[in-house]
Design a protein around this ligand. Structure first.
Ligand SMILES: [Zn+2]
Length: 190
C-alpha cells in the first residue's frame, strides 16, 4: 500500500486510510485516530514558518521566514523546516548527536539550541535520502472550512471536538479557529 505526504513532506499517510478510492479525502470519522490527528494538525502547520528561519528573524520579522516545507516529530512537538534549512537539521541529526534525542519531547528544543548557537551544516552538505518532492505538488490537507463542514455534516455526537458548537448547524465556517484545537502545544511559543 502506498504512503503519501500531504501538505508537507515528512509525515507519511497510508493512502487508503485517508483517501477514498476516488482520491477524495475520506470523511473524518472514517479516518483512524492517529492519521486524523495529524491531518487536522497539518491544516495548521502548512501556514507556519520554518523553525530555523524563525530563530533567525524572530517574531518581529516573520514575513522574512520561509514557509515550512518539511515536518519532523510528533503532533504538538513538531519541528518545521524550509527546504534551505533541512540540510542543517539533517547534519545535526546525523553528525551532531541529534539522533540520540529522537522521540523525546525535547527533540525540537535540542535542535533549536544547536541552531541558535550557530550550528550549521557545512557548505554543500547534502545527504537528503528522500526523493525530493516539491511541496507544491503534494495534496493539500483539507482547509479548516472543509473540516468544519464535515464535522457539521457527518458526526453524530462523538469523535473530534474540533468545534465545541459542532451541533450548531448554523455555525459560520469562519468561526472555526484552529488555534483552539487542543492537539498539543501552540507553535511557536517556545
Ligand atoms: Zn528556514
Amino acid at each position: 500500500m502506498a504512503k503519501v505526504n500531504i501538505g508537507l513532506r515528512g509525515w507519511r499517510f497510508e493512502e487508503s486510510a485517508v483517501f477514498t478510492e476516488e482520491g477524495e479525502f475520506k470523511p473524518l470519522d472514517e479516518v483512524p485516530e492517529e492519521p486524523r490527528e495529524r491531518l487536522v494538525r497539518l491544516t495548521y502547520l502548512v501556514e507556519q514558518p520554518c523553525d530555523a528561519c524563525y530563530l533567525i528573524h524572530g517574531e518581529g520579522d516573520v514575513a522574512r521566514c520561509a514557509r515550512a516545507a518539511i515536518v519532523y516529530g510528533e503532533p504538538g512537538d513538531e519541528l518545521l523546516l524550509c527546504n534551505d534549512h533541512e540540510a542543517d537539521f539533517l547534519y545535526w541529526y546525523r553528525e551532531e548527536g541529534g539522533k540520540a534525542h529522537r522521540g523525546e519531547p525535547a527533540f525540537r528544543d535540542r535542535f533549536h539550541e544547536w541552531f541558535a548557537d550557530g550550528g550549521r551544516a557545512p557548505d554543500g552538505y547534502e545527504g537528503l535520502d528522500h526523493v525530493d518532492t516539491d511541496p507544491e505538488e503534494l495534496p493539500e490537507p483539507p482547509t479548516p472550512e472543509e473540516l468544519h463542514r464535515r464535522l457539521n455534516e457527518g458526526f453524530e455526537g462523538q469523535q473530534i471536538d474540533l468545534h465545541e458548537r459542532r451541533d450548531d448547524e448554523d455555525a459560520d465556517p469562519a468561526d472555526l479557529d484552529l488555534g483552539e484545537v487542543d492537539l498539543g502545544t501552540d507553535y511557536p511559543s517556545r
